[in-house]
Design a protein. Structure first.
Length: 232
């Protein structure tokens, strides 16, 4: 255990300090501090290196679909695919699940929270790629995901895009988080759209014309992410 205490100095009162290292023992359930010894310069430097997150990062292989990643953030791309989605709503969809076609997606986790956006292109996005509001329930305007009771990845799994995708798609969509604007551009709105998609009789691929522009490009979102990192 490292113990530090301020010590008055005739040159700079109340700013000098000394540090000691102690063994901690437990006797009859009570922790006790053992005799201390002055910490060495090498010991302090090792402590400071351990507290630097940039020094504790380790190199690891990442999927090519990861667009940008650091110790505090990750942004990745999902190509258009079919996935099973689950609904439990009171708006007319009710309790249903089905494998449905989905557009390309961009997910992000970091200081701004957990986000997801839709893409009209089936290609890996770049800085100029426009982001669209996803058609999913439980996502606010601007792409932020309402986690509710969803169990988000912890530990090493936080660096695994597939773990975040499972957490998102294996949860139940319960209600739209957008109330003052349409979720999709579709006759009858989001309820009619999802009923058609869940029935699986109308769309072989995701109808990209229903997507509503999210008001920013991927590059602009990355800029917002960087501002969030600076504000932490």
């Amino acid at each position: 255990m490292l113990y530090a205490q301020k010590k008055a100095s005739s040159y700079a009162p109340s700013t000098a300090c000394y540090a000691t290292v102690h063994d901690v023992t437990v006797r009859e359930g009570v922790p006790q501090l053992g005799a201390g010894m002055a910490v060495s310069r090498d010991g302090l430097m090792a402590l400071f290196r351990g507290l630097d997150p940039q020094r504790t990062e380790v190199a690891s292989l990442t999927p090519t679909r990861v667009l940008t990643q650091g110790s505090r953030w990750m942004v990745w791309y999902c190509a258009p695919s079919k996935r099973r989605v689950w609904f439990r709503t009171s708006d007319g969809i009710g309790e249903q699940n089905a494998e449905v076609p989905l557009p390309g997606l961009v997910f992000a986790v970091g200081p701004l929270g957990w986000h997801v956006f839709a893409l009209k292109s089936g290609r890996r996005p770049g800085a100029s790629t426009r982001l669209f509001q996803v058609p999913f329930y439980n996502v606010w305007q601007g792409g932020k995901i309402c986690t509710g009771s969803t169990r988000t990845p912890q530990g090493d799994a936080r660096r695994d895009p597939a773990a975040w995708e499972r957490a998102f798609f294996e949860s139940e969509f319960t209600h739209s988080n957008i109330h003052n604007a349409p979720l999709v551009s579709y006759k009858g709105g989001a309820v009619a759209f999802w009923k058609a998609l869940l029935r699986g009789k109308k769309f072989e691929t995701f109808p990209k014309d229903v997507l509503i522009d999210g008001g920013m490009t991927l590059g602009q979102f990355i800029s917002e992410l960087n501002r969030g990192l600076q504000d932490e």
